[in-house]
Design a protein around this ligand. Sequence first.
Ligand SMILES: [Fe+2]
Length: 256
Amino acid sequence: MKIIKHDLPQFDTLEIYPLADVHIGDPLHDKKRAKQFINEVLEKENRYVIVNGDIINNAVKHGVSDVYAEELTPNQQIEETVNLLNPIKDRILVITEGNHENRTYKQDGILIMYQVAQRLGIFDCYSEGAYLLFVKFGKSQGRDCRKMPYAIYGKHGSGGGRKVGAKAIRLFEMAEVIDADIFIHSHTHVPMVLRKTFFRVDYRNEKATQIEQIFINTNGFLNFGGYGEEKGFAPTSTKYPKIILNGIEREVKALI
Ligand SMILES: [Fe+2]
């Protein structure tokens, strides 16, 4: 996993919007929702973004998507991605690949989001795969008045199965890899927010502290129809989840 650190301003709250499965180029791509997402981020200065893969559809000859139905060529999709992300490039905390971008890597060894990150001038925020993101911001109430730190573990992800329960298990399994405040999984297009709590042993003070974790599954930006309908998949909501972190006292919230 790649470790990426951000020291952000003294906001009271930090709002993080994960962006994934936009599938630019797919005839069902919801352009209106994608634009709404960007505009909403720009409305407030404490809103930041995690770019979590499958931003382009990338129907290539050797992939499973329908090359003939595609609205844009892969190159035009990259252009569209740069245009979409350019207004929020200073708000991007991490940018990673999805399996659709990876089709080009598998066949030709070219990493698509690597190129996009370079063009946006945010290569420090690039992760080819899973990432551990540290953000600190605000001002804690402690004596030292340090910024409040949070850890986010994310990746585009894969699999998930047909049932919502199977997708939720996939998401929850991320906590078997690492300890973090927030876990982000994409790929399955079912927006989901789950909360888990457990007790962490504090050896120094010989007590147990209750810990809260949030698990986010991101939405897709695809309208219903096409391949999904043919295969018998249910429509999925294009409403996007957002994470709200408190910069004064430790608190993680998320909503859809
Ligand atoms: Fe995906």
